[in-house]
Structures are given as structure tokens and as C-alpha cells.
Ligand binder design. Structure first.
Ligand code: NAI
Length: 402
């Protein structure tokens, strides 16, 4: 495609993304608000790439009204604001930033482990209220204590490294085999981890297996006087059971950042069975909320969009076959999205040979519905080949990228 790529960034996306995309020569328009309905449809005319955060709903209707749209960047973690299935069928890869706030969450956990061990939340509140209650009772160093990490993925393993540097002994449990970082040690099962840990922290995704993963039975298997931390997903811990374990004194404290039901916006009221319990830190889903994470999200998604616009790369797209092909000098690249039916490659190869060109490289990846092909030709006839390919009844989107 020879025309300039036009990008619309809604919802106050971080300036790093604007700068990176402009530096590539793309035309970038930014808006602070989310758009919806007809306003969004109108604004999308002529737009090739759309950047959003969580508030813009990109429905089937919106996608059908945006014929030039090539890709969508969700500058956040979640992607359920986009109709991913329709985007896939229309040849539109969707990117997000699942790991840009990993470090922010891991640092918060370190802070909370120390806060729980020293009952800092309570002491601070007492002094704010004018009560001087200096005490060392049930206050501990974290050095030498055991941290049990459930879910040793990006956050869990990063936390393991930081905790070890603070002098903690780190064990973890994961359903997949994971390489232990430093001296972290893998546990054979969840029960072993619960029985051995002074602090248990959850870093698993929301899946049918992790729903209510920590209930009364599991809390009962934790050490007396231990602590529970959850900054993963609200459905993982049964909060009434946790409240019981705290009230009975079996657990000495908890830090919770995520809840089964969370308010949609700031200022809404919030109910939770843990409110008012001693040595319980409750935070409003802020695990990943830092300036650094916002900037990193801007960089991560802008990089994915750039690589797709420039090279056709779809690695890390959430709804699309993943293809990444290194650039070969003196070649001309065409990318094609087509319906995944027999004979497409045969038709495409016939077009290329009829035009007298030679295929330098050709990579195809498919999912049940679509195929995504990146093809490098050694003659500059890409525009003509592109036109022929686009005319195939199986084609969804065809584009020359260089
Ligand atoms: P990840 O995908 O890198 O790691 C998750 C790990 O959990 C994987 O190693 C996986 O094998 C393991 N796992 C899955 N099911 C399991 C089970 N039943 N038992 C044991 N292990 C299991 O994810 P990442 O980036 O580390 O995020 C972890 C959680 O943190 C996610 O739920 C995410 O939504 C949440 N999160 C919360 C934030 C906040 O603001 N509080 C910010 C960022 C992420």
C-alpha cells in the first residue's frame, strides 16, 4: 500500500506511543476521550490503525463500518472491548500489552509483604487517628521467611527474584514446568506450598481451574499466623472464607488488590467482607498502576503496531495467526489474509508465476477460519500481484508493505 498510514489514538494514550508512531512518518491523530457509535464510525473513515484503552467498544458494527482498518492496538491488558472474532474474520490483528506492568505488580507485593509483617497499615491508621500504639508484638522481619508463589509466570518469577534479594526463601507452584530463578524452588503440589509458606501470594490467570482456588479448605492448610496476598484476579480467593480465617486468628493478615466484583469507576461505593478487619490491606486494583507501566504499555503496543504496519509481523496478536519474517534485502513484500479453504496457495502461486516473478520466501500461518501469508518477491511487481490476489474470492485483505 503506497498511501500514508493514518492512525487514530483515543482515550489519552501515553505520549511515548504518539512519538514512536510519528517518528515512523505515520499520520497520527490523538483524542483524550473514548468515542462510540456513529461518532466512532465517522472518525474511523480513512483510518488504518486504531489505538484504544478499555472504554472504546469496537463492536462488529463498528468493524464493518471501517473498511480501511488494518489493525487495532489496545493500550491496556484486556481486549474484551473488541469483538476479536469479527476482527479476525475481517483480517484485523489486535495487539495489547500483557506484560508491561509486571514489575509494578512485583514491587507492590514486596511492599505489602513488609507492610503485613510489620502491621504497617494498622499502625499508620492509628497514628492518623491520634492513637500512639508503639508495639513489637507479632511484628517480624521478612528475612529468612518463606514466600510461596502460586503461578510462576511473568509476575510470579519476577517477584521471586526480588523476594530472594530481600533474604526470603522462595518456593513456587505452577501447573507448567518452570525454570526456577536464582535459588527459588518448585513445589510438587499446592498443598506442600500452603503448608511450608509464611506468605502465600497468588499470580495465576482467571481460568475455570483457578476460580475459588483458595477457599476454606486451602486456607485451613496454610500455617497458623501466615499471610495471604492476592493481586491476580478477584475470583481466585473466596473472600468470606478468608474473612473467617482472619477473624479466627488462623491467618495474621492479608493484602487484596482484586475482587470478584469491582466498581466500574472511581467514587462508586464498595462493599467487601474484609472491610475493617485488622492487618488487612485493601487496594483498588492498582497492582499495575504506575507511570512506568503506562509508558511501557505505550511503547509495547506502538512497537507491535509499527512492526505490523512496516513488516506485516503479527507476533503477539491476540486473535490472529502469528507470522514474523525477517526482512530480506531487495525483495518486495506482500501480505494477504484469506479464508482458510483449500487451494488458496495454489491460486496465489499461479498469479505470481503468471506475472513472471519469483518467490524469495513465503510463510503461511492459519487458524480454523483464516490464513495469513507473508510473501517476498524478487521483482518489483508487487502492486500488480497484489491487485490480482485481492481479486481472488477467498481474499480478505491484501497489502504491499515494501
Ligand atoms: P502469566 O501468564 O505470565 O503467569 C501466570 C502463571 O500462572 C503461568 O505460569 C501459568 O502456568 C500459571 N497457572 C495457570 N493456572 C494455574 C493453576 N491452576 N495453578 C498454578 N499455576 C497456574 O501472567 P502474569 O503476567 O504473571 O499475571 C498473573 C496475574 O496477575 C493475572 O491474573 C493477571 O490478570 C494479574 N495482573 C494483575 C494486575 C493488577 O493490577 N493487580 C496487573 C497485571 C496482572
Amino acid at each position: 500500500m503506497s498511501e500514508t498510514i493514518k492512525i487514530l489514538l483515543l482515550e489519552n494514550i501515553h505520549p511515548t506511543a504518539h512519538e514512536m508512531l510519528k517518528a515512523e512518518g505515520f499520520v497520527v491523530e490523538g483524542m483524550s476521550q473514548a468515542l462510540k457509535g456513529d461518532e466512532l464510525k465517522k472518525k474511523l473513515q480513512g483510518v488504518h490503525i486504531l489505538g484504544i484503552r478499555s472504554k472504546t467498544q469496537v463492536t462488529r458494527e463498528i468493524l464493518e463500518a471501517a473498511p480501511e482498518l488494518l489493525s487495532i492496538g489496545c493500550f491496556c491488558i484486556g481486549t474484551n472491548q473488541v469483538d476479536l472474532v469479527t476482527a479476525n474474520r475481517r483480517g484485523i490483528p489486535v495487539f495489547n500489552a500483557p506484560f508491561s506492568n509486571t514489575r509494578s505488580v512485583a514491587e507492590l507485593m514486596i511492599a505489602e509483604i513488609i507492610m503485613l509483617a510489620r502491621q504497617l497499615g494498622d499502625r499508620s491508621r492509628e497514628v492518623h487517628e491520634g492513637n500512639w500504639k508503639k508495639t513489637a508484638t507479632s511484628c517480624y522481619e521478612i528475612r529468612g521467611k518463606t514466600l510461596g508463589i502460586i503461578g510462576y509466570g511473568h509476575i510470579g518469577s519476577q517477584l521471586g527474584v526480588l523476594a530472594e534479594a530481600m533474604g526470603m526463601r522462595v518456593i513456587f507452584y505452577d501447573i507448567q514446568t518452570k525454570l526456577p530463578m536464582g535459588n527459588n524452588r518448585s513445589c510438587p503440589d499446592l498443598d506442600t506450598l500452603l503448608a511450608e509458606s509464611d506468605f502465600v501470594t497468588l499470580h495465576v490467570p482467571e481460568t475455570p481451574q483457578t476460580k475459588n482456588m483458595i477457599g476454606a479448605a486451602e486456607l485451613g492448610k496454610m500455617r497458623k499466623g501466615s499471610y495471604l496476598l492476592n493481586a491476580s484476579r478477584g475470583t481466585v480467593v473466596v473472600l468470606p472464607a478468608l474473612a473467617d480465617a482472619l477473624r479466627s486468628g488462623h491467618l495474621a493478615g492479608a493484602a487484596i488488590d482484586v475482587y470478584p466484583e469491582e466498581p466500574e469507576s472511581n467514587g462508586e461505593g464498595f462493599q467487601c467482607p474484609l472491610r475493617g478487619l485488622p492487618n488487612v490491606i485493601l487496594t483498588p486494583h492498582i497492582g499495575g498502576s504506575t507511570a512506568e507501566a503506562q509508558a511501557a504499555i505505550g511503547r509495547e503496543v506502538a512497537t507491535s503496531l509499527l512492526r505490523f504496519a512496516r513488516f506485516g509481523t503479527t507476533t503477539s496478536a491476540v486473535n490472529f495467526p502469528q507470522v514474523e519474517v525477517p526482512r530480506i534485502a531487495n525483495t518486495h513484500r506482500i501480505m494477504n489474509v484469506h479464508r482458510n479453504v483449500p487451494g488458496v496457495l495454489r491460486d496465489i502461486n499461479r498469479i505470481v508465476s503468471d506475472r513472471g516473478a519469483n518467490i524469495q520466501s513465503q510463510i503461511l500461518a492459519t487458524d480454523p477460519e483464516i490464513g495469513y501469508l507473508i510473501m517476498d518477491l524478487n521483482q518489483d511487481i508487487s502492486d500488480a500481484v497484489c491487485e490480482d490476489m485481492d481479486a481472488l474470492p477467498t481474499s480478505i485483505k491484501t497489502r504491499v508493505v515494501f
